[in-house]
Design a protein around this ligand. Structure first.
Ligand code: NCD
Length: 325
C-alpha cells in the first residue's frame, strides 16, 4: 500500500492560533524540534531561507520577539531588515499598507509585525502579497508565543495533552493568555485564568476563572505567570500590595503545585511582583528555555509560511524569488 503522503502546510500567513488545527499545531512543533539543535546558532543550520528577505515591522516595544525572529531568520540564511517606525515615512502620514507595499516591491518574502491595534496584521495581510506573521496585536493574539510555550512544555513534560494549566495575573490584557487559551482548548487541556476580579471581568473569551490561586495550584502541571500590563490599564485601579500578597509566585506557594510542575513566563519579568527571584531562577523555571524554544519555533513558522508563499508564487507562474527576468 502506498505510504500516506505527509500533509502539507497551506498557510502563507500566521495571524492567530485561531486559524490553526491541532494537526497544524503539531506540525509546527515537530518542525521546531527538527530545528532545535540549530536554535542556539553555534551549529550551522540548513540554509532553507537563503536569498530571502524578511522585514521586522515593530510598532510596539519588544526584546525577545524581535531578537528571536531575527536570529531565527538569519540562522536559516535570510536577510532581516529592521524597520524603524520612528524614522520612517509613517511620520509623514503614509499608511502602513502603503509603506509595506513599497518595501515589498523592493523584494520581500515576509513581514513580521507587532502593532498596538487589534487585527492590524490581518489588515496588512490583505494589502500585501508576501507572508505576514503576527508578533502581537494589542491584547488579541501572539501566536508564536503560544507555539513556543507549547514546545517548551512538550520538551520538558513530554506531552501537550491531558494537562491542567494556570495562567496567572493580567489575563485580561494579555495576548499571550488568549493565544495559549486557544491552543490548549484545541488540544483538550484545562486552562484556568487566575487573578484578581479586575482582571477576570469583561473577558472576550470563554475561560474557567478563579481568584483563588492557592486552591488551584495542587492541580497544575504548568503555571504560566504574566506581567501586569500597566501600560494598557487606563482607568483600572490595582492594589499592588494585595496583588503581590495573593498572586506572587513564591517558593512557599510553588510547593503547593505538583512536584513535577513547571513555571513559565513570556517575559519581560517584573521581579518582586509576579515572581520572586528564587522562583524565576529556580529549578522549576523554564523561562530562559522558552526563549531558546522561541528561536526554533520561529525558524519553523518562517520556513513553513514562506514555503507556502513560494508554492503559491510557483502556481501563479512567478519566479520563486519574485524577480522579473
Ligand atoms: C509579551 C507580549 O509582548 O505580549 N511578551 C513577549 O512577547 N514575550 C508579554 C508582555 O509584554 O508582558
Amino acid at each position: 500500500m502506498a505510504k500516506p503522503s505527509t500533509p502539507q502546510w497551506t498557510h502563507k500567513h500566521l495571524l492567530g492560533i485561531e486559524d490553526l488545527s491541532v494537526g497544524e499545531i503539531r506540525m509546527v512543533l515537530d518542525t521546531a524540534d527538527e530545528f532545535f539543535p540549530y536554535a542556539a546558532g553555534r551549529k550551522p543550520a540548513p540554509q532553507v531561507l537563503e536569498g530571502r528577505t524578511i522585514m521586522n515591522l515593530f510598532i510596539e516595544d519588544s526584546t525577545r520577539t524581535r531578537t528571536s525572529f531575527t536570529f531565527a531568520a538569519e540562522r536559516l540564511g535570510a536577510r532581516v531588515f529592521q524597520f524603524h517606525a520612528t524614522t520612517s515615512s509613517l511620520n509623514k502620514k503614509e499608511s502602513l499598507a502603503d509603506t509595506a507595499r513599497n518595501v515589498e516591491a523592493m523584494g520581500l518574502e515576509a513581514i513580521v509585525i507587532r502593532h498596538p491595534e487589534r487585527n492590524a496584521p490581518h489588515r496588512l495581510a490583505e494589502a500585501v502579497r508576501c507572508s505576514v506573521l503576527n508578533a502581537g496585536d494589542d491584547s488579541h493574539e501572539h501566536p508564536t508565543q503560544a507555539l513556543l510555550d507549547l514546545q517548551a512544555i512538550r520538551r520538558r513534560l513530554g506531552r501537550i495533552e491531558g494537562l491542567t494549566l494556570a495562567l496567572v495575573g493580567d489575563v485580561r490584557h494579555s495576548r499571550v493568555a488568549r493565544s495559549n487559551l486557544l491552543a490548549h482548548s484545541k488540544l483538550g487541556n484545562r486552562v484556568i485564568f487566575v487573578g484578581p476580579q479586575v482582571f477576570l471581568e469583561d473577558l472576550d473569551v470563554q475561560a474557567e476563572t478563579t481568584t483563588d490561586f492557592d486552591a488551584v495550584l495542587p492541580q497544575c502541571d504548568a503555571v504560566m505567570m504574566l506581567r501586569v500590563q500597566f501600560e494598557r490599564h487606563e482607568s483600572l485601579v490595582l492594589n499592588i500590595d494585595e496583588y503581590v500578597r495573593n498572586y506572587q509566585l513564591t517558593p512557599a506557594r510553588l510547593a503547593r503545585a505538583k512536584p513535577e510542575a513547571i513555571v513559565l513566563h513570556p517575559g519581560p519579568v517584573n521581579r518582586g511582583i509576579e515572581l520572586t527571584n528564587e522562583v524565576a531562577d529556580g529549578p522549576r523555571s523554564v523561562i530562559l528555555y522558552q526563549t531558546t524554544c522561541g528561536v526554533a519555533t520561529r525558524m519553523a513558522v518562517l520556513s513553513l509560511c514562506i514555503g507556502a508563499l513560494e508554492r503559491e508564487r510557483a502556481c501563479n507562474g512567478e519566479d520563486t524569488l519574485g524577480q522579473e527576468g
